[in-house]
Design a protein. Structure first.
Length: 101
């Protein structure tokens, strides 16, 4: 089992709009491909920036190559949409995780 983890740092001024977009646009776009078994959006519990908050979007998948392809193709279009909406008010980085054996 692999996890595609994308962490977003979101300016407090766009937090509600971002969460709505992530739940209604980004997550369904991933799940609808059939590549991911589940998706969950989690708040990162560190308060390093009083101006914003971080969220981790984790999606389970069976194939790391399919996860990478989705991230590099489809998710790029979604993140372009995100950038057009909020610019540098929403930043992100992605990590690929695997269950520890």
């Amino acid at each position: 089992m692999y996890i595609l983890n994308t962490t977003f740092h979101v300016d407090n001024r766009v937090r509600r709009d971002f969460l709505d977009w992530a739940r209604k646009v980004y997550m369904p776009a991933a799940i609808d491909t059939g590549l991911f078994g589940s998706a969950r959006l989690l708040r990162v519990l560190t308060d390093t920036d009083p101006e914003g908050v971080s969220f981790a979007l984790q999606m389970d998948c069976e194939s790391i190559s399919e996860a990478r392809r989705w991230h590099d193709e489809t998710a790029t279009l979604l993140r372009d949409d995100m950038s057009q909406r909020w610019g540098d008010k929403v930043l992100f980085f992605t990590t690929y995780l695997k269950d520890a054996e």
